[in-house]
Design a protein around this ligand. Structure first.
Ligand SMILES: Nc1ncnc2c1ncn2[C@@H]1O[C@H](COP(=O)(O)OP(=O)(O)OP(=O)(O)O)[C@@H](O)[C@H]1O
Length: 819
């Protein structure tokens, strides 16, 4: 307990006393105290983080300027401190911007941009400056030469933590041999205990940025580590995009509604979101009407021999229009009504308007608004019974003798309930349900039977529980869902205009309805030109470059959305070869082409990998969960306009379900390829073992047979191939004629590639080609041999030449060559 708590209540003026101690905290002060949040928790880590922040910025800046990055990193021991220098060949920073970029936290160009970039928050490099000044007392020394300027600008600055503003210690013009770019020099208290992480960061940066040239010098290296560029192609240029309707949250939507210049919802949707044109906006608005206003239930109009007299009711409601016009109007309405399958009140109103206009054209009699309204009321009453009888007090009356029993709604509801429930439901129960529903519909506000789908669900549940109590007939969950669906799917979206943007912005419920409508409307996935995935091909190439393995696979998923931001997940797997087989697999994590080297255990990527059942894919996984074991490297790249990290230090991905799902799908896609590779390898291994055994046993058996029977040793040539369902290639030489017989014992057609190297010139080829190579002749065939069939390839040759055959197109394990 604090001293205040112990005295609270005893004294007056505590609040005033507390207030004296309260003051605003500058962001710089906050981060000074919470360095760990930005990845500066120790000297070892601080150095790696500073390098990472500067290199990420250098890559962002060069790519944005369309320049192939050439980045130099140097770490030097200076007495008790370390000096870090990072140079890039980017576009440089103007004299005006430079102090703020390095001397003010939360200042940057990317926070508000929906575009894939390494930097997001505008904290990174200024936090490195802050850490450097805190631990070494030295200012940051920055040189920058903007493109096209003959001289460079040199600054020394520190951050004033009270105000979070740069304090400039030196500001002068200088010369610099780089034509453009930025050089950052920071001194800090540090150590090289995180050398491995530093090397990993630089190496893996090179893997996912094959267009960059990187050089690292540090005290532990005799030679600088250099990564030359593997391609001269910059990553695809990215475009800024607007948010996607499937990703925004309520607070953000309200802010957007407040800020927009659009007046109508349609204009707002089309203007502020990506992938929304007029048609999609209309679909969203229709869905919004359904949640905001509810739908209007639609009823069957009277059919022949029905007692409901629509024409009569309309005629009665019209006065002073003369007989001809009245009849034309009332019958016109009745006919159109009768021709509809089902009808809502708004549809009836539209019919009345239409017929009134036509009759007015034909007869010259106009039908004013009041007449039309009266006609709609009368016709609606005739169709549904709505407005008949006494007003109820809002309570649902389940009086069996009440008006609901007589209501035309009952017959209609009966048909729907009967249709929607199983045939085994007893008729009395269906009838009771229809009556209970009709009574409840009759009690809805107004007579248009407007209801939201949530209210409809509640209403049906309420009717079902009444029926269960009174009639001992249960309508289970599925039956109730079917009944809801039967009414909802036949109900009509209302024609009302949605409220204006300002009204929605002012009502949280309306905004929430709009959000729900946006989320439930099918909308094209966001464009991906704001993203620059590495591509499956380069993910694989990156792995090949770094890992000497037997097998590689990679997958790039289509773009998805989280929080309004599109993202793409890519995964790659390398297996076998020189990758160490002991211990768990190596996991490489990347976000927007930046390797993540810390906090592996807290990362969504790790969680996903641990939850995959790797035994299904042929990897060892003790206990069936956790990181799998074996000679494999799994790499995961998440590219997004806004990568959700667990903290400002951007070490680990947060557990966002949409992203986790995509990570899982990408990894599984690559893992499936691994599985088929491993399965094939296993079956080939078994085949080899079986062939070895047969190769030993068959000759022994042949000898035994000959010994026992006293007959000559049976010919076992070809037997092995037949037993193993192999493709066999056998040579027969008959005088000058050489033939190679290809027999296909497998159950698929095979395209066999045969090259026979002969020491004398072959002639009279049955088919194929021959090439003379320095006194050796290469005879080549590529016959297609159907399953169970054979082909004979022949040529003629003089003398007693030497042959050497090689066969391709069929796996070695499925081949028996006797030539
Ligand atoms: N080497 C550079 N060349 C050109 N501009 C740079 C360079 N370094 C930083 N900038 C500019 O300074 C801004 C601030 O950089 P900072 O590292 O503080 O934040 P960021 O990269 O935007 O985001 P994050 O905090 O996520 O790293 C950047 O947005 C960029 O506009």
């Amino acid at each position: 307990m604090t001293s205040f708590q112990s005295t609270i209540g005893d004294e007056e003026g505590i609040a005033e006393e507390l207030a004296e101690g309260q003051r605003e905290i500058s962001i710089a002060e906050f981060f000074e105290k919470n360095k760990h949040m930005l990845g500066f928790d120790s000297g070892a880590r601080g150095l790696v983080t500073a390098v990472k922040e500067a290199v990420d910025n250098a890559l962002d800046a060069t790519e944005e300027a369309g320049v192939l990055p050439d980045i130099y990193i140097e770490i030097e021991e200076v007495g008790d401190y370390y000096r870090l220098v990072i140079e890039d060949n980017g576009p440089g920073i103007t004299k005006e911007q430079l102090p703020k970029v390095f001397g003010k936290l939360l200042y940057g160009s990317r926070f508000h941009a929906r575009e894939q970039s390494r930097g997001q928050q505008g904290i990174g490099i200024s936090a490195a400056v802050l850490y450097s000044q805190l631990t070494s007392g030295q200012p940051a020394k920055i040189t920058s030469r903007p493109k096209g300027q003959s001289r460079a600008q040199y600054f020394e600055l520190i951050i004033d933590t009270d105000t979070n503003e740069p304090e400039i210690k030196a500001d002068e013009e200088t010369t610099w041999d780089r034509p453009h770019g930025t050089r950052i020099e920071l001194e800090m208290e540090a150590n090289m205990r995180a050398r491995q992480q530093l090397h990993d960061y630089v190496k893996h940066t090179a893997v996912v940025n094959p267009h960059a040239r990187l050089e690292l010098r540090e005290p532990g290296l005799d030679e600088p580590m250099k990564f030359e560029r593997a391609t001269d192609e910059l990553p695809a240029e990215t475009e800024e995009i607007r948010p996607h309707p499937h990703g925004v949250e309520l607070g953000a939507l309200i802010k957007m509604l407040e800020a927009t210049e659009s007046y109508s919802v349609s204009g707002f949707l089309q203007g502020e979101f990506t992938r929304v044109g007029k048609k999609t906006a209309d679909n969203v608005i229709d869905n919004f009407r359904d949640v905001y206003y509810g739908r209007e239930l639609a009823w069957s109009p009277p059919r022949a021999h029905d007692e409901r007299d629509v024409a009569g009711a309309v005629a009665d409601a019209v006065a002073n229009k003369g007989e001809e016009a009245t009849t034309a109007f009332s019958e016109g309405v009745a006919e159109t009504v009768a021709s509809s399958d089902r009808l809502s009140r708004s549809e009836l109103a539209a019919i009345v308007d239409n017929v009134a206009d036509t009759v007015a054209d034909d007869t010259g009699k106009t039908f004013g608004e009041t007449v039309r309204a009266n006609a709609v009321n009368a016709a609606w009453r005739a169709i549904t019974g709505a407005g008949d009888g006494e007003e109820t007090d809002g309570e649902t009356s389940d009086d069996e003798n009440g008006r609901a029993t007589e209501s035309p709604l009952v017959a209609d509801a009966y048909a729907l309930v009967d249709d929607a429930t199983s045939t085994r439901k007893d008729d009395a129960a269906v009838r009771a349900m229809a009556e209970a529903l009709a009574r409840r519909f009759g009690n809805l506000d107004g007579d248009a039977f407007r209801i939201t789908s949530d209210d409809l669900e509640r209403l049906v549940a309420d009717a079902a529980s009444f029926v269960a109590e009174q009639h001992d007939a249960t309508f289970g969950e599925t039956a109730r869902e079917n009944v809801v669906e039967a009414f909802w799917s036949r109900a009509r979206t209302v024609p009302d205009d949605p409220p204006k943007v300002a009204a929605i912005a002012g009502s949280r419920d309306a905004a929430a309805d709009l959000l729900e409508a946006m989320r439930t409307t099918d909308i094209l996935a966001p464009p991906t030109d704001c993203l620059a995935p590495i591509t499956a091909e380069l993910v694989e190439a990156g792995l090949r470059k770094e890992y000497d393995a037997d097998f590689y696979a990679a997958a790039t998923r289509d773009a998805e959305v989280h929080g309004g931001d599109p993202f793409i997940v890519e995964a790659g797997i390398a297996y076998g070869g020189e990758i160490p087989a002991e211990g768990s697999v190596e996991l490489l994590r990347f976000a927007n082409r930046v390797p993540l080297v810390y906090q592996r255990g807290a990362c969504a990527t790790t969680d996903v990998i641990k939850n995959i059942g790797w035994r299904n894919y042929g990897l060892d996984q003790p206990g069936g969960s956790g990181l799998p074991n074996g000679p494999a490297v799994i790499s995961i790249h998440v590219a997004s306009t806004n990568v959700p990290f667990t903290s400002e230090s951007k070490d680990a991905l947060a557990n966002v379900p949409a992203i986790e799902d995509e990570i899982e799908l990408a990894v599984r896609e690559a893992a499936r390829e691994l599985k088929s590779y491993l399965n094939k390898r296993r079956s080939m291994q078994q085949r080899r073992e079986k062939q070895d055994v047969l190769g030993k046993i068959l000759p022994e058996m042949a000898d035994k047979v000959s010994e026992v029977t006293g007959r000559p040793r049976p010919d076992i040539d070809g037997a092995l191939a037949r037993i193993m369902n192999n493709v066999s290639v056998e040579r027969e030489v008959n005088g000058e004629t050489v033939s190679l017989v290809v027999e296909n014992h497998s159950d698929v057609n095979e395209q066999v590639e045969i090259t026979d190297i002969v020491s004398a010139e072959p002639t009279d080829l049955s088919e194929g080609t021959v090439v003379d190579m320095d006194g050796e002749w290469f005879v080549q065939w590529k016959p297609e041999v159907p399953s169970g069939d054979e082909r004979e390839l022949t040529y003629a040759v003089d003398g007693d030449p030497e042959f050497e055959v090689s066969v391709g197109g069929v796996e070695t394990e499925k081949l028996t060559v006797n030539a």
